[in-house]
Design a protein around this ligand. Structure first.
Ligand code: G3P
Length: 217
């Protein structure tokens, strides 16, 4: 499973990239606003830190406007994935961009029907928002399972990118279903490393080691 960081905070991205476990980054207009940075500048900086895809989202709602913005964004670096919303114009843009060899992340997916359309449009990634789906009383993980089944039925190459991840179990459940990628805020990725029994185990091993009076090297 690929791990993407859902943030535009460069320090957090550098920190995660240093683990060697970070495969890409996703941004959205809200995360850019939160960073307080210039959109094009921060995306360029992120694309220089991670080798994998960096999603940058268009804000136009019409096909021509999306194409114009995508043209600006894809020039930033070779690893930019253009993020488009799951609308008719978004999928038209997706089809045009992917036919031209540009990576496209189709975002704001909330149904299996939408995910099927995105795959038909040649999307590189489909981003179902599990947390926001759960928030309104639906089952985000059931949606991931449905998309996995449909994509496997037809051998669609579109990668399922689980987004709006709110806690470590979202990651584990998505991995059990076989999602290709998950994107999460850095805080959640750091939580994945942690277990209280790991901490207490280290503590007791070190206490016993201390008693041996030995040193390594
Ligand atoms: O980047 C899209 C998605 O991950 C947003 O998550 O927490 O704002 O629903 P959230």
């Amino acid at each position: 499973m690929k791990f993407f960081a859902d943030t535009a905070e460069i320090a957090e991205i550098r920190d995660l990239a240093a683990t060697g476990l970070l495969d890409g980054v996703t941004t959205n207009p809200s995360l850019i606003h939160k960073s307080g940075r210039d959109f094009l500048e921060v995306v360029k900086e992120i694309a220089g830190v991670v080798e994998g895809p960096v999603s940058a989202e268009v804000v136009a709602l019409d096909h021509q406007g999306m194409m114009r913005e995508a043209e600006v964004l894809r020039k930033i670096a070779d690893n930019i994935a253009i993020k488009v919303p799951l609308t008719e114009d978004g999928l038209k843009t997706c089809k045009a961009l992917t036919s031209d060899g540009t990576m496209v992340n189709v975002t704001l997916c909330f149904s299996a029907a939408q995910a099927l359309l995105a795959a038909k449009a040649g999307a590189t990634f489909i981003s179902p928002f599990v947390g926001r789906h759960d928030d309104v009383g639906f089952d985000g993980m059931a949606l991931i399972a449905d998309i996995r089944l449909i994509y496997d039925n037809y051998d669609y190459a579109t990668q399922i990118l689980v987004a709006s991840v709110r806690h470590p179990m979202h990651v584990v459940e998505a991995a059990k279903i076989g999602a290709d990628v998950m994107t999460a805020p850095p805080k959640i990725i750091h939580q994945l490393f942690k277990h209280p029994l790991t901490d207490s185990g280290i503590k007791s091993f070190l206490a016993d080691w201390e008693k041996t009076g030995q040193k390594i090297g």
